[in-house]
Design a protein around this ligand. Structure first.
Ligand code: NDP
Ligand code: KPL
Length: 294
C-alpha cells in the first residue's frame, strides 16, 4: 500500500516506521525531523529497535492509497484542508478525542475510518522515535458496521506487524476511549500526577465521576456504554498505565496546547443534560491555557 502518515510527530513516526517495513510510506511532518528522515531514515528504539526508510516531507503528497492522520486534534481542520487536494482511496484517524473523523469527512471525498490506538510513542530527537509501549490499533467504519476498505487497511497494518483489529462498533469504542480520557487526562494534568495516583482516594472518585458522566452522554447519543463499564475501563487503564504521565500532563508540563476541546470539552458541547464534572475540568484547563497565553 502507498501510505501517507500526516502528522509525523511521536505516534505518526512510530506507526509510519512500522508500516514502512512492508509498505511505501511517506511521513508528512515538520523540519528538522523530516530533513533527518529524508537523509538518514528513521531510527526506532525502545520496545523494538530498528531502522526504517520512509520518505519524509513537510507537505501532503498529490496521491496515496491511505492517509493516516496523527496530528493533535487542534490541527485536524488544517490537515483536512491539505488532504482535500490529495487523491486518496481512504483516510484513517488514529487520534485521541472526538470530532476528528467528522472534520475529515466534511472535507474529503474518500471514506474516513475511525481508529483508536494504544501504542505508545515519543519523538526523542530529529530522526529518532521512542517506541514506549506496544498496544493495539482498532479501526473500522466511523458510523459502525462492516467496511471492506477497513478490512484492507487492517490487513495492511497486520502485514507490517502492528496489532490491529477491524471492529464493527467504532462509535462505542470511541466513546469508551473518550470516557477513559475524560477521566484521566485533565485530572492528572491539573493535579500534576502520574496515572497511578488515580487508583484510590479523591483522584479516583473524580475520575469515576467524569467517566460516568461521559457514559451518560454516550447513551444520550445512542451508544450503549454503561456507567459500570466506563468506570471499570478507567480503573483498568489507571492500573495498566500507573507509571505513565498522561498526554495532557505532558502538554501542560511543556506549556503546549492541550486536546481538552476534543476530550472533556467535546462532552460539554454535545451533552443534552448538565455535565458539571466535565465542565469544571474543561474550564480549569482552559484557565491554565489562558494564563499560559498571557
Ligand atoms: N504519542 C502517543 O503515544 C499517542 C498519541 N495518541 C494521539 O495521537 C495524536 C498525535 O499525538 P502525538 O504523536 O503524541 O503528537 P505530536 O505532537 O508528537 O505529533 C504531531 C505532529 O504533527 C505535526 N503537525 C501538525 N500539523 C501538521 C501539518 N499540517 N502537517 C504536518 N505536520 C503537522 C506537529 O508539528 P507541530 O507540533 O510543529 O505543530 C507534530 O510534530 C493525538 O491525538 C494523541 O492524543 C494516541 C495514542 C498514543
Ligand atoms: C490512556 C491514556 C490516559 C494513557 O496515558 C492516554 O490515552 C493519554 O495519556 O492520552
Amino acid at each position: 500500500m502507498d501510505i501517507a502518515v500526516v502528522g509525523a510527530g511521536s505516534l505518526g513516526s512510530l506507526l509510519g516506521g512500522l508500516l514502512a517495513r512492508e509498505h511505501d510510506v511517506t511521513l508528512v511532518g515538520r523540519d528538522p525531523h523530516m530533513e533527518r528522515v529524508a537523509s538518514d531514515g528513521l531510527r526506532v528504539r525502545g520496545v523494538e529497535q530498528f531502522h526504517s526508510e520512509p520518505a519524509g516531507r513537510t507537505d501532503v503528497p498529490a496521491s496515496a492509497d491511505l492517509a493516516v492522520v496523527a496530528v493533535k486534534s487542534d490541527d485536524t481542520a488544517a490537515v483536512a484542508e491539505q488532504l482535500a487536494d490529495c487523491d486518496l482511496e481512504v483516510c484513517l484517524s488514529v487520534q485521541n478525542g472526538m470530532g476528528n473523523e467528522e472534520i475529515l469527512a466534511d472535507a474529503l471525498s474518500c471514506p474516513v475510518l475511525a481508529g483508536t490506538c494504544t501504542y505508545g510513542a515519543r519523538l526523542e530527537e530529529p530522526g529518532t522515535v521512542a517506541f514506549t509501549g506496544r498496544g493495539e490499533v482498532v479501526l473500522g467504519a466511523r458510523e459502525g458496521g462492516e467496511s471492506a476498505v477497513g478490512q484492507r487497511v487492517g490487513a495492511a497494518f497486520t502485514e507490517a506487524g502492528i496489532d490491529a483489529t477491524v471492529a464493527t462498533d467504532m462509535p462505542r469504542r470511541l466513546w469508551a476511549k473518550l470516557a477513559v480520557n475524560t477521566a484521566i487526562n485533565a485530572t492528572t494534568a491539573l493535579a500534576r500526577v502520574e496515572n497511578g495516583a488515580l487508583a484510590d482516594g479523591p483522584g479516583a472518585d473524580l475520575a469515576a465521576d467524569a467517566a460516568r458522566e461521559t457514559a451518560r452522554v454516550a447513551r444520550e447519543q445512542g451508544v450503549d456504554l454503561t456507567d459500570e463499564r466506563a468506570v471499570a475501563l478507567t480503573r483498568q487503564v489507571v492500573r495498566d498505565t500507573a507509571a505513565n504521565r498522561s498526554s495532557m500532563l505532558e502538554d501542560v508540563a511543556a506549556g503546549r496546547p492541550t486536546e481538552i476541546d476534543a476530550i472533556n470539552g467535546y462532552v460539554v458541547r454535545v451533552a443534552e443534560e448538565p455535565v458539571p464534572v466535565n465542565e469544571t475540568l474543561t474550564r480549569l484547563v482552559r484557565t491554565w491555557a489562558a494564563g499560559r497565553d498571557e
